[in-house]
Design a protein around this ligand. Structure first.
Ligand code: GDP
Length: 460
């Protein structure tokens, strides 16, 4: 990557808005902006502008005075990228911002690539790779929890947590190496017990981090969740209750939900992307073709779902279709909803409890029992004991590196159990340390960094 170019890009979302900001970063930022910025007050000049100050002016395109423009100055290294940076704000809408970018490019700027500002920040040591990834997550986060989560990584909490594991393993390795290299010296021999304890503790810590990844993913992106059950058990009513307004049509006639209704709902800390489906029901020869298509799609959706809410009607005895549904869900993460708890129970609830990891009794009509559903969700999705403020893994890349480190430690432990030489164990601990250095970006290939930034948007 060439670092001596001066880049520019629109930093605000394209389209209509109050203001549009174009950001310029690089060694020639001040020289280039000087050429296209005419200060309103006489005696002012861009070249002399101090960092953290603002200046009012107009920008010039091919010599013509254009829109009013506010320039905000940053001087290297005290800027986002660590380079000289100038942010130019003009009136919103695309016309003025486009003109401004054209002026900058004519004066010598290069259009920035995706994530190039953040990449420069990384390369100038302004942030770590995990913090750069967090920037992307903060931009993409669409729930309060998700934003909090990404922000915790931006604060470097993940780096701190990984750092602790690294320190423990490095100490262990220093001991091992000294002992293996200088057996005759008086290096105190590390007891097997202390050794195993360190390995076990760091394994547990990595395990917790890896588990936290899926919980974090659930909090950030939500979990795809299908409502299944035979017609009239109350799926649409439940969906409407969760969504808080009438989204699906609820009628007492079986077979009204013909297609998949999609709705994102927030239940406690969990976001569910809900799909209500046509009821699971056999369609006879005289069956309705549209409904049959809906049913086919329900089963397809089941393959893709992260979670199933299987709904049953407690006011009626279990029917053949209920049993078929239970059979179909044997290997799928699912919560059984025993609905219509406001009516007298005529169903064998125990039969259901025996088949599901979690069973929740509720009334979709009155909302009673919703707390229990919230509780069951946090338990089944493992979000209950999840504390983003402690630092969490939040990209697949990070999760895979953590997994490699964990696998290496397991191998090391195995080598110890099998009575292999300490050399063999050292190699495993070193492998784990390499994986962790890749995770934090301390030792990471250019190719991986490229891949991280490919997903960035331009202007960040
Ligand atoms: P779906 O076919 O599974 O989507 O079922 P619906 O949501 O359309 O509900 C079928 C019927 O059951 C409607 O008349 C609902 O008002 C009724 N119903 C749904 N949930 C409850 C409940 O918790 N209690 C009672 N008493 N009726 C309910």
């Amino acid at each position: 990557m060439e670092l001596h170019t001066t880049i520019c890009a629109l930093a605000t979302p394209p389209g209509e808005g109050g203001i549009a900001t174009v950001r310029v970063s690089g060694p020639d930022a001040y020289a280039i902006v000087s050429k296209i910025f005419a200060p309103v007050r006489q005696g002012k000049s861009v070249a002399d502008a101090k960092g953290y100050t603002a200046m009012l002016g107009h920008y010039l395109l091919h010599g013509a005075e254009m829109d009013e423009c506010v320039a905000l100055f940053f001087r290297a290294p005290h800027s986002y990228t660590g380079e000289d940076v100038i942010e130019l704000s003009v009136h919103g809408g695309t016309a003025m911002a486009d003109g401004l970018q054209e002026a900058l490019i004519t004066a010598g700027c290069v259009p920035a690539g995706p994530g190039e500002f953040t990449r420069r920040a990384l390369e100038n040591g302004r942030m770590s790779l995990t913090q750069a990834e967090a920037v992307m997550e903060v931009i993409a986060a669409n729930g309060r929890q998700g934003a909090a989560l990404a922000k915790s990584a931006l604060d470097g909490r993940l780096a701190k947590r990984i750092g602790k594991i690294q320190t423990a393993l490095q100490t262990l390795n220093a001991h091992l190496t000294a002992w293996v290299d200088y057996p005759e010296e008086d290096v105190p021999e590390l007891s097997d017990e202390a050794f195993v304890r360190t390995l076990t503790e760091q394994k547990a810590e990595l395990d917790a981090l890896i588990n936290g990844y899926s919980a974090g993913a659930v909090l950030r992106h939500g979990v795809d969740c299908v409502l299944l059950g035979r017609p009239n058990v109350g799926k649409s009513t439940l969906l409407n209750l969760l969504a808080g307004f009438d989204r699906a049509i609820v009628t007492p006639v079986a077979g009204t939900t013909r297609d998949i209704v999609e709705q994102a709902v927030q239940l406690g800390s969990v976001r569910l992307n809900l799909f209500d489906t046509a009821g699971v029901r056999e369609v006879g020869a005289d069956g309705d073709a549209i409904e049959a298509e809906g049913i086919r799609r329900s089963w397809k959706k089941l393959d893709e779902a992260g979670l199933v809410l299987a709904v049953f009607d407690s006011s009626q005895a279990l029917e053949k279709e209920d049993w078929e549904l239970m059979d179909a869900l044997e290997k799928v993460p699912a919560i059984a909803i025993v609905n219509k708890s406001d009516l007298p129970t005529r169903m064998d609830v125990e039969a259901i409890q025996g088949r599901f990891e979690k069973t929740v009794s509720l009334s979709a009509a009155t909302g009673e029992g919703l707390d229990a559903l919230e509780q069951a969700l946090s338990e089944i999705l493992d979000t209950k004991d999840f504390h983003p403020q402690e630092g969490v893994l939040f990209t697949q890349r990070q999760r895979m590196d953590a997994q490699t480190a964990l696998d290496s430690l397991r191998e090391g432990e195995q080598a110890l159990v099998l009575g292999l030489t300490l050399d063999a164990v050292t190699v495993c601990v070193e492998d784990a340390l390499h994986a962790l250095a890749a995770l934090t970006g301390e030792q990471v290939s250019e190719e991986i960094v490229d891949r991280v930034f490919e997903e960035f948007c331009v202007g960040k």
